[in-house]
Design a protein around this ligand. Structure first.
Ligand SMILES: Nc1ncnc2c1ncn2[C@@H]1O[C@H](COP(=O)(O)OP(=O)(O)OP(=O)(O)O)[C@@H](O)[C@H]1O
Ligand SMILES: [Mg+2]
Length: 279
C-alpha cells in the first residue's frame, strides 16, 4: 500500500527544505465521477459531474460559497449518495474505500465543553485503523505523535482542544487526518484561520506529502495552492477541470463573480500582473 511508503517522521522544517517540484503522475484513477447529479431536498446542487483524479495528483477544488465543494467531498466519502451517476474511489464504492481516506471536515463537530486533549483528538484518527480492538497500541500512539510533530503541535499535546486557537485546531484536525495513514487525503478549507507563516508551512508540507499520496484540497485561496497543485476543479453546479496553468483571472472571475482580489501567481509581489485570484 502506498501509505506504507509514507515517512511520518518528516516534520515541517524537513518539508520546508525540499525543492518545490510537482510530482510525476502515474495513470491509476483514485476518484472517478461519471454523470453524477446530487439534489438536496429537490434543490439541485450538482449536475452531470464528470471527472477523475489519478494516483498522486494534488488537486484543488475551488468555487463560490454554496457551489457544492463540501458536497463533492461527502460523495467521495460515501457519506451521501448521488441520485444519478456513479462515484468510484480506488475502483470501489466510496464507503468501502473510506478506510484509505484521511478527511479533515470544514466544520469539526467537537463539543467545546467536552474536555478532550489534543493527543486524544489525533488518536481518534486511529479508530477503525488499529490492528487491535482494545486500547490504542504502541504503534497507534507513535503514529499520532509523529502526526502531531508534523503539524508542529507536539508541544500542545496535553492542552485541551477547546483551549486552542482556531488555526491551532485546524492543525490538530489535519494531524488527525494524517494519523489514519491515508492514501487519499481530503481537506476541506484547511487554510481557513491560519496565519500566513503557518499557511506557507502547510503548503510545503502538503507538497511533500503529495509525492506519496493523492490530495484533494478545497480552498477559496487559490494563490495558496496554485504553486503546487496539478489541477483545479472549478465547481458551480457542475465541475470543470483545468490544469493549474490554465486557471487565469478570467476563469476565476467567471466562477466567483466580480468581487475578487487579484493576486500574483508566484506570491513574490503584490503587483497586478498575476493570473490568479481569490475572494
Ligand atoms: N444538509 C443539507 N441539507 C440541505 N441542503 C444542503 C445541506 N448541505 C448543503 N446543502 C446545500 O447544498 C449546496 C452546496 O453546499 P456545500 O456545503 O457543498 O457548498 P460549499 O461549496 O462547500 O460552500 P462553502 O464555500 O460555503 O463551504 C448549498 O446550496 C447548501 O445550502
Ligand atoms: Mg464547504
Amino acid at each position: 500500500m502506498v501509505s506504507h511508503q509514507l515517512s511520518f517522521s518528516m516534520n515541517l522544517s524537513a518539508a520546508r527544505s525540499r525543492r518545490i517540484r510537482k510530482p510525476t503522475l502515474p495513470e491509476r484513477p483514485v476518484i472517478e465521477f461519471e454523470d453524477v447529479s446530487f439534489t438536496f431536498n429537490r434543490h439541485p446542487v450538482l449536475e452531470a459531474v464528470n471527472f477523475s483524479v489519478k494516483e498522486r495528483e494534488f488537486v484543488s477544488i475551488v468555487g463560490p460559497n454554496g457551489s457544492g465543494k463540501t458536497t463533492l467531498l461527502k460523495l467521495m466519502l460515501g457519506l451521501i449518495h448521488p441520485q444519478a451517476g456513479s462515484v468510484r474511489v480506488f475502483g470501489d464504492r466510496p464507503e468501502h474505500a473510506r478506510r484509505r481516506i484521511g478527511y479533515m471536515p470544514q466544520h469539526a463537530h467537537l463539543d467545546p465543553q467536552f474536555p478532550v486533549d489534543v493527543m486524544s483528538v489525533v488518536l481518534m484518527g486511529r479508530l477503525g485503523h488499529s490492528r487491535s480492538f482494545g486500547p490504542y497500541t504502541r504503534v497507534d500512539k507513535e503514529i499520532a505523535r509523529n502526526a502531531l510533530r508534523q503539524m508542529d503541535m507536539w508541544e500542545r499535546r496535553k492542552s485541551h482542544f477547546s483551549a486552542l486557537s482556531g488555526g491551532q485546531r485546524q492543525r490538530v484536525l489535519i494531524a488527525r487526518a494524517l494519523a489514519t495513514r491515508p492514501e487519499l487525503l481530503l481537506l476541506d478549507e484547511p487554510t481557513a484561520g491560519l496565519d500566513l507563516a503557518v499557511e506557507t508551512e502547510l503548503s510545503e508540507l502538503l507538497h511533500s506529502l503529495a509525492e506519496h499520496l493523492t490530495i484533494i484540497l478545497v480552498s477559496h485561496d487559490f494563490a495558496f495552492v496554485s504553486r503546487y497543485v496539478n489541477r483545479v476543479l472549478c465547481v458551480k453546479r457542475t465541475v470543470v477541470a483545468h490544469p493549474t496553468s490554465e486557471v487565469v483571472g478570467e476563469t476565476i472571475t467567471r466562477l466567483y463573480g466580480s468581487s475578487l482580489k487579484m493576486v500574483r501567481h508566484d506570491k513574490t509581489n503584490s503587483g497586478a500582473s498575476g493570473p490568479c485570484a481569490h475572494s
